[in-house]
Design a protein around this ligand. Sequence first.
Ligand SMILES: Nc1nc2c(c(=O)[nH]1)N[C@H]1C(S)=C(S)[C@@H](COP(=O)(O)OP(=O)(O)OC[C@H]3O[C@@H](n4cnc5c(=O)[nH]c(N)nc54)[C@H](O)[C@@H]3O)O[C@H]1N2
Ligand SMILES: Nc1nc2c(c(=O)[nH]1)N[C@H]1C(S)=C(S)[C@@H](COP(=O)(O)OP(=O)(O)OC[C@H]3O[C@@H](n4cnc5c(=O)[nH]c(N)nc54)[C@H](O)[C@@H]3O)O[C@H]1N2
Ligand SMILES: [Mo]
Length: 560
Amino acid sequence: MTNSINEILDAELMFVIGSNATEAHPILGNKMKVAKKHRGAKLIVIDPRQTELARMADLWLPLKNGTDVALINGIMNIIIREGWQDQEFIDKRAEGYEELKELVADYTPEKVAEITGISEELQYEVAKMYTSYEKAGIFYTLGITEHTTGTENVMTLSNLAVLTGHLGKESAGINPLRGQNNVQGACDMGALPNSYPGYGSVANEEQAKIFGEFWNAKMPTEIGYKIPQMFDAAVAGELKAMYVMGEDPVLTDPNANHVKKAFDSLEFLVVQDLFLTPTAKFADVFLPASCYAEKDGTFTNSERRVQRVRKAVDTPGEARVDWTIIADIAKAMGITEQFHWRTSKEVFDEIAKVTPSYRGMSFARIDKDGLQWPCPTPEHPGTKYLHKGIFARGKAKFMPATYKAPKELPNEEYPFVLNTGRMLYHYNITTRYSKRLNDIRPGELMEIHAVDAEKLGLHEYDCVKVTSRRGELRTRITITDKVQPGQTFMSLHYKESPVNELTSEHMDPITMTGEYKVAAIRIEKIEDQPDLPIPQYRNVLHSVKFKPEEKKENIRENIF
Ligand SMILES: Nc1nc2c(c(=O)[nH]1)N[C@H]1C(S)=C(S)[C@@H](COP(=O)(O)OP(=O)(O)OC[C@H]3O[C@@H](n4cnc5c(=O)[nH]c(N)nc54)[C@H](O)[C@@H]3O)O[C@H]1N2
Ligand SMILES: Nc1nc2c(c(=O)[nH]1)N[C@H]1C(S)=C(S)[C@@H](COP(=O)(O)OP(=O)(O)OC[C@H]3O[C@@H](n4cnc5c(=O)[nH]c(N)nc54)[C@H](O)[C@@H]3O)O[C@H]1N2
Ligand SMILES: [Mo]
């Protein structure tokens, strides 16, 4: 996030696109609700699904999946046509405006309405509302990134923010909401094939020299494989071994059949996890690890805040703290110069030493409230929001992008669009191991519109077989107007209805993120499947619908 979570409370306008924040980021989403309900903020939601925020929004744009570039280009076209851009900001702080202007001129309201399904009036209202407020922040998540045009989607949103000068100030900016508790920290640490801690490029000789001196080792300058490249290389017999830690790709990577084939092709697989996951079934060696409550260390959250994590309970059985496992394996491999840490504090001291944006941090300084990077010196107070006065590269560069349709569109054989994501009660594939949470929502319910349910002769909780070009699964359905006719939605949470058997092999060519949000599918009614559990109640955020035999207490009080 360029800005901080609490700045949401003072926002005048929230532009939420491809983000189901009240389910996927409930604390932050709650601040959005407070800003909207009690502090007069305006809310624009752009999402094909009618999320809770969409229902509260001043303007909700249920665009066709994967058409965001066209929509945002169209909104910029209107802004420029009406002269609502922030010309002073553009002149002072940006370059490439003429190219942007030229490109978006093609995105006339009529053309954009045709592509996106959003009326010309609604496009105009959004353009007007977003430019009518100073403190206007963009919030986006996977509805933007998990597409073949994910990179272009993000660039187009950045163009919009720069065009309107909604950057480098409080309660504004571009705010991608991070997924897992420490995904920001993992990236900051260089757990990526192309960067060192602090985002220096692996390919840069200068960086290789600096890190080589830190670690007294010769650093490679070759950029490594991204995850999908690893699977392809494994299938091709070019990659022989993998070490998978804290990830269950058999369930969570797209096109599961290809992933399983890749694991089958390896000569050696190590899995380090809390549970014997479906991926662990392919492993030659399983290393039992420790969860967040069993270890000391830090997590870095969405607003770049580095926070302490403290051990609360001992690890069970033979399980061990992750970094001690890695250090011992390194020693067993004969590495003697590095991995000498004795405590997690010593690990953090090394992090601060080698990561420029963390250099001013220590366990003592982050003890209570943490610190937001960049924090380059021991006196630096941390950084609440980015790009004040100057961008990292000097001037912001507009990156105009043309609209490209998703790779897989529905046809006669596969007439429905499948959109996938999450719901409040489960966390990716991990919370299914918790009996209490599993009891709340024990099985998948594919969302389908009443018009389509009727066509297929389906009733609430009926069982269906869902088929895509890559695989099939069984699930129960729920009939809801959260999705539009022709569209469906499933979560990634259930191994009994493993949605990534269906998702596509297409990906963003730059980030190699899968096109999780669009696949074409066919749905057929099948006889009742007793092994697929019927949930006791639906998502309470939308409607509380009890079956007659169930208790009629307030379900929220039961849960919390
Ligand atoms: N309760 C809960 N919270 C979680 C998680 C969880 O599993 N459960 N997982 C965490 C993780 S790892 C992540 S990454 C985040 C993800 O957080 P989110 O991205 O908010 O969650 P998703 O449900 O994947 O999808 C986001 C929204 O994008 C919309 N969308 C789909 N396609 C399009 C499109 O083409 N355009 C637009 N504009 N919108 C589209 C979907 O309809 C959906 O409402 O959540 C985190 N928080
Ligand atoms: N169809 C579809 N698929 C998706 C998505 C989607 O929207 N649609 N979203 C994608 C996204 S954004 C994400 S982030 C991925 C998530 O995919 P995964 O990362 O595979 O799922 P998680 O449930 O986050 O965690 C994976 C494993 O980490 C283990 N674990 C937890 N804590 C620790 C620890 O401290 N140490 C170790 N060693 N292990 C630990 C858990 O037991 C679990 O098995 O799924 C992706 N897959
Ligand atoms: Mo994620």
